[in-house]
Write a protein that binds this ligand. Structure first.
Ligand code: F6R
Length: 244
């Protein structure tokens, strides 16, 4: 596991964009796993800048997003579909046919979840997976529990996640209580993983993850300790407990 500590969020975002750019240049038809949330927004902004100013080419890139709220319309301002178009896709030259985001309103949930994992497999698996981390250690929406699912599945969001995500909604009651998410198995199959964390609110979980050296389903991110190619980029605030 490679740990990179950058001074601030802006430097973290540039470093993450460097890594993604390098992978795209090495393999123009990269299969890129993407996350939503606040953490990768700066990275996406930097990728957009590099596309517009330096010609970074997304024409052959295929993306798979980690998760989507269940029961929320595609065009809802808080859907992860909306988020991805707003923060990245509509600003770059990605082919719309190459964008995959879990459908928050599938007709047959079980079949749909299976097909999402099959689509990833058909592409030869994810080359580089971008991840954020929840304050409770969740990755994608794999929440702390006594068991974790391997494949894409429907999950209940925990109180902690609902509270954390309420900042995007008018009221906490509006936050969906369920989501569709890639499972730990799908994530762990990615060839490379890039986990980003910034800010004081991530310091505790990052300290626990990197200092305890324990794998537990109650800290889903700890499974990444078993992956052979993980890079973690932190800013100084999120690294503060780790460095103590
Ligand atoms: C989002 C996702 C979540 C977030 C996590 C951190 O697609 O998978 O696991 O990465 O909740 O969210 P932020 O970045 O908003 O702190």
């Amino acid at each position: 596991m490679k740990i990179i500590i950058e001074k601030n969020y802006s430097d973290l975002s540039k470093k993450a964009a460097d890594i993604i750019e390098k992978e795209i240049k090495n393999k123009p038809n990269l299969i890129l796993g993407l996350a939503t949330g606040s953490t990768p927004v700066g990275t996406y902004k930097e990728l957009i800048r590099r596309h517009k100013e330096e010609g970074l080419d997304f024409a052959k890139v295929t993306t798979f997003n980690l998760d989507e709220y269940l029961g929320i319309p595609h065009d809802h301002i808080n859907s992860y579909h909306y988020f991805m178009y707003d923060n990245l896709f509509k600003h770059i030259n990605i082919d719309e046919d190459n964008i995959n985001i879990p459908n928050g309103n599938p007709e047959n949930v079980e079949e749909y979840c299976k097909s999402y994992d099959e689509d990833i497999e058909k592409q030869g698996g994810i080359d580089l997976q971008i991840l954020g981390i929840g304050e409770n250690g969740h990755i994608a929406f794999n929440e702390p529990d006594d068991k974790l699912y391997l494949g894409t599945h429907i999950t209940d969001l925990t109180e902690s996640t609902i509270r954390a995500n309420a900042r995007f909604f008018d009221s906490i009651e509006e936050v969906p209580k369920k989501a569709i998410t890639m499972g730990l198995g799908s994530i762990m199959k990615a060839k490379k993983i890039l986990l980003l964390a910034n800010g004081k609110n991530k310091a505790n979980i990052i300290g626990k993850l990197l200092k305890d050296e324990v794998v537990s389903t109650y800290n889903p991110a700890s499974l990444l300790l078993l992956h052979p190619d993980v890079t973690i980029i932190l800013d100084e605030e999120s690294a503060s407990e780790y460095l103590k």
